[in-house]
Design a protein around this ligand. Sequence first.
Ligand code: GTP
Ligand code: MG
Length: 387
Amino acid sequence: MFWNFTEDQLYTIPSVIIGIIVLLIFLNLIKKKRKRLHEKSEINQSNYSGYDSTSSPLIDAAVPQSLSGKKPSSQESDTPWFQRLRHGLEKTRAQLVQSLDDYFSNTTHLATRDQLLEHLFELLILADVGVSTSEILVQRVKARLTSEDYSNKEKFKAILKDEILLILKTSFENKNGTIETPKYSPHIVLMVGVNGAGKTTTTGKLAFKAYQKEKSVIIGAADTFRAAAVEQLAVWSDRSHAQMIRLKEGSDPASVAYEAARRAQEQHADICLIDTAGRLQTRQDLMQELSKIARVTGKDIEAAPHEVLLVLDATVGQNAVQQAKLFRDVVKVTGIILTKLDGTAKGGVAIPIAFELGLPIRYVGVGESVEDLELFSPEEFVDALFI
Ligand SMILES: Nc1nc2c(ncn2[C@@H]2O[C@H](COP(=O)(O)OP(=O)(O)OP(=O)(O)O)[C@@H](O)[C@H]2O)c(=O)[nH]1
Ligand SMILES: [Mg+2]
């Protein structure tokens, strides 16, 4: 009993109580610290996978790292280009990913797997992915879902993202190099496409990029129909310290292309970019003219043109796929430049371009300034679409 304690014991009791209190405070501090560390690792995990912290740990188990591709490090996702791409893809993201999110939040407990897949198909069609590519995507997503998974939004999105990435990566080969890494010298690049797709602007942007990489550039102004096109190119040529080869208005565009390629060889230029006039893919005469332009550049230069870049305007959606098919019949298209991804909900067209045409997208454009064009990266594209 308390009153039976000796004087020594009476002094010990408060010390023990104080000791216990200190120990409890200490344990509590450790607990808080562990909690903070745990939260931090969850945040890192969600940054890494591109989902919010409520994402299921199942997703990472379900999606093998090798399939989900390179995740953007916080450094990469902070680059001005990534932000620009992400901003440019805003409408496409709203069309596809946010609509999917909304569907989950509205009908979580109601949707059956078939309804969900049906809805996904509709969203893909609306994002201009096209019927055949959308069907394949839906089938592939379905094959990877277990019956419980259809209510797991994050897992569903992770699988969809992964399948889109796989498609975009399939055609991603680069045999001839780009203007940043040319395999030939001079590296002859022909720019083709329908009217207004962005050929001249993109030619200018590429010339400027080449200049930034300390490459010497010759530009062939082979759009001899429109004086304005030549003037537009002249501005970019000045800016890029490039030499522009032009002949008088109405000249044979093949002559300009030949002359530009010849000069590039003679002057040991690194790159020769040839801008051509816009043409409707259904105009046989103009398409034959294009074939001739391509042919003459290879007259004296082995394997030229080394790149035929088809510039496609993303805002025309599925029509871009049809254009590509007809251009491919006439010239050996080696890659696609997808422009105007900004301001369109039809950015999903990148997927059938890779899937149906098997053509690599080399660059994407998200605006009118030089910083708005960049080499295409499938990983970056899906990250910008889904984050
Ligand atoms: N928003 C946006 N506009 C672009 C992009 N690329 C080009 N443009 C704009 O599209 C318009 C047409 O571009 P041009 O480069 O003249 O197109 P083109 O294919 O050369 O046209 P033609 O020579 O008439 O066949 C211009 O106003 C460009 O500034 C892009 O990525 N985003
Ligand atoms: Mg033009």
